[in-house]
Design a protein around this ligand. Structure first.
Ligand SMILES: [Zn+2]
Length: 82
């Protein structure tokens, strides 16, 4: 395991730096009426990088449309994973 002590230029220099990882400031995308996505870039203690993504997506009241949106959300998320 490779510990990374130097802050990358994008590091927000928060409390997590002392715990062996570096985290960017959150990148927030708000789409009024549709949802919100929050993404943070992370350099892990072992030197690998990943993005943490969380958010909310508004679902239509119609059950079939809600399920279609959920399916599309999963499908698009999987396509990002490669
Ligand atoms: Zn840092």
């Amino acid at each position: 395991m490779r510990r990374v002590y130097r802050h990358p230029e994008w590091c927000a220099r928060g409390h997590a730096c002392g715990l062996g990882e570096h985290r960017s400031a959150p990148h927030v995308i708000d789409v009024p009426g549709a949802g919100r996505i929050v993404m943070v870039r992370v350099l892990a203690e072992d030197g690998s990088e990943h993005a943490e993504v969380r958010g909310s997506v508004r679902l239509p009241p119609n059950e079939a449309h809600a399920r279609r949106r959920l399916w599309r959300l999963l499908h698009d998320a999987i396509s990002v994973l490669g």
